[in-house]
Design a protein around this ligand. Structure first.
Ligand code: NAG
Ligand code: NAG
Ligand code: NAG
Length: 235
């Protein structure tokens, strides 16, 4: 069952994505690790907007969940409404990821710990999709959002606003043109998670913690940490 070990070092500083298979009794007891090839993965990252943070990040120690693969929107709805399981790492195709209403319910689900999305193949006919909003210039428009955005046709009809959302879990995009990774995950998922015979589960961990500074306090604290000066509580 042990698969060849592919390097877990990912190009971007300290980002590691690893697939954990065959976990016994506790999550990190008797685990077999397989690292997904770094060159195939890109991560959604943490960004700042004017008042807050948007984008995604894993937890500091990585975000792990039991692998659940969805083939269609009904699968997704079923998985996230399944109250018996928790810590779900949802794996799905791009056409489901760009379903805005579906992703809204996924973000609202307290059991989802991460999202792994397979990129569409270059010749695959995906519906138009844009991660910007339907009216990208509304905030900077001289005319104001009302005037600027209430137009037909819309400025950006394919806009999903994904890039201005604060995603509650990490999202990673997987390039997998020959379905190699997908078939590995599917094998592990079918074997351990669909009808489990014991406590062994196939889980996936995304590890790309990122933080964006959102206040002067945090910014100052970071400076203290970075310069190794003692941090004074309350400043
Ligand atoms: C999705 O489809 C594959 C076959 O293509 C199947 O093996 C798998 O069980 C399906 N997943 C679910 C959740 O039904
Ligand atoms: C998007 O997801 C919803 C469920 O949230 C589903 O009813 C709808 O059919 C999906 N749309 C597409 C285009 O798949
Ligand atoms: C920044 O993002 C938050 C969500 O994280 C949102 O509530 C807020 O309105 C956004 N601010 C601006 C100026 O876009």
């Amino acid at each position: 069952m042990k698969k060849p070990f592919v390097s877990g070092k990912i190009v971007l500083c300290c980002f590691v994505l690893l697939l954990v298979t065959g976990i016994e009794s506790t999550w990190f007891d008797g685990a077999i690790y397989n690292y997904l090839p770094a060159a195939s993965i890109s991560f959604c990252s943490r960004k700042l907007n004017i008042s807050s943070q948007v984008g995604c990040s894993s937890k500091l120690t990585g975000s792990a969940g039991i692998l659940w693969m969805a083939n269609n929107s009904d699968d997704v709805t079923h998985i996230i409404s399944e109250t018996t399981s928790r810590d779900v790492m949802l794996v799905l195709d791009f056409h489901l990821f760009i379903n805005v209403s579906l992703m809204r319910s996924v973000r609202l689900s307290p059991i989802v710990t991460g999202l792994l999305v397979f990129s569409p193949l270059p010749d695959f006919d995906t519906p138009p999709f844009s991660e910007s909003s339907g009216c990208p210039n509304s905030e900077s428009s001289f005319y104001g959002p009302q005037h600027e955005c209430n137009v037909t046709p819309m400025w950006n009809p394919a806009g999903s606003e994904y890039s201005s959302i604060d995603w509650p879990f990490p999202v990673a995009l997987v390039q997998d043109p020959n379905d190699v990774i997908k078939n590995d995950l599917l094998k592990c998922f079918s074997h351990y998670n669909i009808q489990p015979k014991d406590d062994t589960r196939c889980t996936v961990e995304i590890n790309n913690p990122m933080a964006a500074v959102r206040s002067t306090t945090v910014c100052n604290r970071r400076q203290y940490l970075m310069s190794l000066q003692p941090f004074k509580v309350g400043t």
